[in-house]
Design a protein around this ligand. Structure first.
Ligand code: GCO
Length: 255
């Protein structure tokens, strides 16, 4: 019997896009809760440095280098993780890209890239880990959605569309996989101070807007997201599935 319902000891967690930002914060939180975490990304040097930071804190961390949009690479990587660490018990689909600009200026390639990483990849990576989860009759899949899964603003239409799809992907997967003891939920971050948002933070007008529009009066700090991921990855959330939990400092409920 684990010490607390939030204990992840003995669990293997794969976090995509984990070399920095929200992905790294989530990987660290899951490892602090006892999981062995596999940090995914496309750049070995960045990933090795991130995993080394966690190991220096006494945490169980390794790397799994693959492009989440490449189906064959995903399947091979998940097989390699299973061979080395055991099947993936917890998957966090965090990897994402953002491109901003007038709707009319987006190219077909922009659209394809944004949808491929933000929506198709969570589907592909989930498919790769599901055989093991189904066989084990348990598993946790956490998609990183967005405030943009629910709301919208100009200049980020492809991202908004993709993240809206993540919300429905969460619900569809949750309903189909519940009989196998697998829970699928999403976290919808608001405006967090991440590299993806660096251009927004550095824009004085946008920064002021976020701080005014957010009841908490500030940007989110990436480590703040970790506790919600630990909760959803743990047995404390065994009866929760199909949900999208928003962490945005109150922005989405404020006039
Ligand atoms: C933007 C931002 C947002 C945040 C986050 C908000 O350009 O508006 O990138 O999309 O990243 O997704 O939930």
């Amino acid at each position: 019997m684990s010490a607390t319902p939030f204990d992840l000891t003995g669990r293997v967690a794969l976090v995509t896009g984990a070399s920095r930002g929200l992905g790294f914060a989530i990987a660290r939180g899951l490892a602090q809760a006892g999981a062995t975490v596999l940090l995914n990304g496309r750049k070995p040097a960045e990933l090795d440095a991130a995993a080394a930071k966690l190991r220096a804190e006494g945490l169980a961390a390794d790397v799994s280098v693959f492009d989440v949009t490449q189906r064959d690479a995903v399947r091979a990587a998940v097989d390699a993780v299973a061979a080395q660490h055991g099947q993936v018990d917890i998957l966090v689909n965090n990897a994402g890209i953002q491109r901003r600009g007038p709707l009319v200026d987006f190219t077909a390639r922009d659209w394809d890239d944004i949808v491929a990483t933000n929506l198709t990849a969570p589907f592909i990576v989930s498919q790769a880990v599901l055989p093991g989860m189904i066989a084990a009759r348990r598993g946790k899949i956490i998609h990183i959605a967005s405030l943009m899964s629910e709301l919208a603003r100009p200049t980020v239409v492809p991202y908004t569309a993709a993240k809206g799809g993540v919300r429905q992907l969460t619900r569809g997967m949750a309903v189909e996989l519940a009989p196998y003891g697998i829970q699928v939920n999403a976290i919808a971050p608001g405006y967090f101070a991440t590299e993806m948002n660096r251009a927004l933070i550095d824009n004085a007008e946008f920064n002021a807007w976020v701080c005014k529009r957010t009841p908490a009066g500030r940007w989110g700090d990436p480590p703040e997201i970790a506790g919600l991921a630990v909760f959803l990855a743990s047995s404390a959330a065994d009866y929760m599935t199909g949900q999208m939990l928003v962490m945005d400092g109150g922005m989405s409920v404020a006039l």
